[in-house]
Design a protein around this ligand. Structure first.
Ligand SMILES: Nc1nc2c(c(=O)[nH]1)N[C@H]1C(S)=C(S)[C@@H](COP(=O)(O)O)O[C@H]1N2
Ligand SMILES: [Mo]
Length: 237
């Protein structure tokens, strides 16, 4: 990358300097509490730990991420998912209407670009093709723009990417409604790409004729976030 490019920021954390590292060691691994704040902080910090120390930390398990806490709340009575843009029939879906669409179930692994993964996550929801069939994309449609209720988190998929067999709009995670920290009531699931493509607290899908940068992409990450193939700073900045 040319030196004039801004250094990419790592999602959900800052590079951790020597001082922060010494702070972690000073606290003592056994007293670390995996509460929200500690988790958010450590998720960035863990990558800076040397191998042997890092090995003591959990290598899997969810970290809850949000760019603009507190997590959005929603009212089930009035909540709607708006689907608009280049479609014949723009409309909004209540949860009951989403659940009336053909249901899809899958078990897939989840990978965050910062290096943590969760294996065998069960998702229940709707395939994008079934959602799109209800609105009818028009000529010129090339992608989907996903807008979170959490400002300013957005991301995109091309229509081809959204059509891979394990991409979906999920309303259940591990056989329960998606919890508030994990993006209630619906989130994007794209297991073949890094987790930042999976917009939580999804409130709007716009069918677009050009793909633009999502939140982390504007900060240096690839739009095409294929696991193992896109840029990935987990090996150290
Ligand atoms: N609205 C919103 N969606 C988001 C994020 C976020 O900060 N805000 N973080 C993304 C990233 S980088 C990851 S790895 C996953 C983490 O999902 P989790 O918080 O359910 O563990 O959410 C993704 N979706
Ligand atoms: Mo992530």
């Amino acid at each position: 990358m040319p030196a004039s490019d801004p250094a990419p920021q790592r999602p959900e954390g800052r590079p951790v300097g020597r001082r922060a590292f010494l702070g972690i060691v000073g606290v003592g691994i056994s007293s670390l509490v995996w509460g929200d704040t500690a988790t958010r902080w450590l998720s960035g910090a863990a990558d800076a730990l040397p191998g042997p120390v890092r090995g003591i930390l959990p290598s899997s398990g969810w970290r809850i991420y949000a760019i603009n806490p507190p997590y959005p709340r929603y009212d089930p009575a009035t909540w709607r998912l708006q689907v608009d843009g280049l479609v014949e029939r723009p409309r909004s879906f209540s949860m009951a209407e989403l659940q009336a669409l053909p249901r899809a179930d899958q078990t897939s692994d989840f990978h965050c670009v910062t290096g943590w993964s969760v294996d065998d996550v069960h998702w229940g929801g709707v395939r994008f093709k079934d959602l799109l069939a209800a609105v009818g994309p028009t000529a010129g449609a090339v992608g989907l723009s996903f807008v979170s209720a959490e400002e300013d988190y957005v991301d995109t998929l091309t229509l081809q990417q959204a059509a891979v067999p394990d991409a979906m709009l999920a309303y259940e995670m591990d056989h329960a409604p998606i919890s508030r920290p994990h993006g209630a009531p619906v989130r994007v699931v794209m297991p073949q790409m890094y987790g930042y493509k999976g917009v939580k607290w999804l409130q709007r899908i716009t069918v677009v004729d050009r793909i633009e940068d999502g939140y982390w992409e504007g900060r240096g990450y690839d739009r095409d976030a294929w696991v193992g193939k896109s840029n990935d700073f987990s090996k150290g900045l």
